[in-house]
Ligand binder design. Sequence first.
Ligand code: HEC
Length: 245
Amino acid sequence: MKPADKRAYDKDYANAKKTGKPFFPYAIFKDTIIAGLTVVSIIVLAIVVKVEVGEPVNPATTDFVPRPEWYFYFAFELLKIFANQDVLTPVIMATFMVPNIMIILLVVWPFIDRGPERRIWKRPFAMGLVVIVTGMLCYLTYLGAQTPAGVAKGGLPVSGLDEEATKGMAVYIANGCGSCHMVAGVGAPGPGPDLTNEGAKGWDNAKMVAWLKAPKAPMPSYASLSPADLEALATFVNGLGTKYK
Ligand code: HEC
């Protein structure tokens, strides 16, 4: 701080100390009232506005694609930004690195920005940062809200399926492939690759069945499926983007 600033600050401070109100009991009293009102309104809301609990949890389900509450959409979206690497990187980046860098920045900010100025229009850098970070969070939240919902129970938006492929799609849905893969915009953005154009690889069914029985981690093995189910599933996946679009 420049000496002139320091003098102005000391004067302000001495003035505030003379004319202002002490923290105890005034500020404490106000805080207590507001905190009390908040708790009471939460209790009243809980009693008056009955919130829908939703369907009972089914722990055996395999076709559920988890989605976070709206206030975590930004982190959900961050996961996608770091997707298509290995499995752990997106999780570490989105849930640990980025949020913690933000929090550390908040903690050290008073030590970086030591100017005495408090009027916001005199602090363009700090204000700019607030606007950019807030804008970024809003944008990521918006993107997260646009993400297609979980695998539709009724099927995937793929047409041209023959009987075998229709059976294969049912196997795909029943086994929760959509919790790691996306087809035509439906499913999870990762950790598995988008399978919309999987057929373009030109794998035959034997190669696909072999992969499904012994895939690379973290994809689980589907060796326990019946040979008929595996065959149908392979037909479906191998036709994606080519025979079935
Ligand atoms: C737990 C998540 C997960 C589930 C569930 C899952 N996969 Fe995967 N899958 C992956 C990952 C990750 C890869 C990439 C593996 C690699 O190549 O290292 C992958 C790769 C694949 C590939 C090869 C893609 C390519 O182009 O290389 C196919 C095909 C595939 N999965 C199909 C399926 C099918 C069909 C199901 C359901 C029966 C399924 N997966 C279930 C995670 C999953």
